[in-house]
Design a binder for this molecule. Sequence first.
Ligand code: HEM
Length: 451
Amino acid sequence: MSITAALAPLPPGPGRLASLRAYGRNPATYFQAILPRYGDVLRWRGYMDMYLLNNPDDVRQLLTRAWPEFTKRNIDYRVLRQTMGEGLVTSDGDFWARQRRLMQPMFHGRIVNGFDEAINRATADLAARWRARPAHTPFALDREMGRLTFRIVGETLFGAAIEQHAEEVAALLAQTNTNPKTVAALLTLWPWLPVPSNRRFRRQLALLDRIVYGLIQDRRGSAVARQDLLGLLLAARDETGAAMPDQQIRDEAITLLLAGHETSATALDWTFYLLAQHPAVELRLVAELNAVLNGRPASAADLARLPFLKQVVQESLRLYPPVWGLSRRAEEDAEFGGFRIPAGAYVVVLPYTLHRHRDWWSEPERFDPARFSPARSEGRHSYAYLPFSAGPRACIGIGMSLLEIQLVLAQLVPQFAVRPVPGHPIVPSPSVTYRPRFGIQATATVRAGTG
Ligand code: HEM
């Protein structure tokens, strides 16, 4: 601990328990509202003490000084570990570093770009279903996006074998993936407690394990070596030539299924929502897609010629970052912005508030994809925009999710006008991901001249 850290005062913030109700309604918008009052290092004393960093320089410090100073040894990751085990999201230290080294090659652009056909096939099936549905029939956009992204991550991870279990696994994951601070989620930390929610959780987890271990066994027994992520996990060897134990493959597989489907689905939900609210942006996007693709699906190689599509996705991830908050544990006293963050503190970074920070974004509430044009992006602080986090613990799936989101939009947007059903409440709900609490009821109308 440095002497200055020990002498520095604790950061300012509202009084203890002063704001539980507003926090409970929506912590992202709550912090957004109070930050200007206290500055970019804030201490919130609700049912637990939180230290929020909202200055990109401080955030860089926090995220690059990962292990052993700022770890994932806190309540959020302990809860996630009940489902994900010791996978890439939840592990720490040397163990995490070894797994990351092993798995990084699977996310190389060469491999990920080869997923374009699987993504386009899954999207084409969805488009066919939308076309077959009577016009103006409302459907749950969020559920359809969830199924689509689950199918994509499932197929790319496990190959076609996941298909028969897709609905079941997606439902199980949705139930085990709740807000880590709900009572039911916290109770899973004591799995032996005989409460109904724990019994349900254990049952769901056992079912999930049976399916995933079954897929691993089937693949081990199969003579065909497949180049999907499961094939690569099975083939991965560490420096000593050792393969991963089945339980580790299970943890990594469930981690990737969880980390890789709801995040992308949430991004798609909000992008469709934003496009529906901003007809001029939608028109420009449709024009770009039609000019370059002329009605065919995009390949990975086409994306370089679709700059506005990329900007739309970046801007949607700015306003509605699916991972709206990140947390760490300070292992020793630290100093940020002249304030002391004590050892053991629960430290938070909110991409949501960083992305709407007036010092770094002009008119931050406005949906303006062109702010991501090369000219307007010049000089922007790289830690003011963090949909995928940054530093050593940044998302391993950045390339895959950007490819997926862009290809899905490139195929669906020119064909369909997706419109939320008037009157259905669209209320963001910061759970693990920033989801619409009541979903998004929408219609998809076929655009004239598209088949
Ligand atoms: C729009 C889509 C996505 C968003 C916004 C997103 C965002 C993030 C963020 C913010 C983190 C850091 C989390 C933390 O510090 O705990 C993260 C980590 C991670 N993400 Fe993603 N993600 C997305 C898609 C994906 C996909 C498609 C995959 C894989 C199939 C994936 C796999 C992972 C993994 C394994 C980690 C942990 C990395 C590590 O610590 O080494 N994500 N993601």
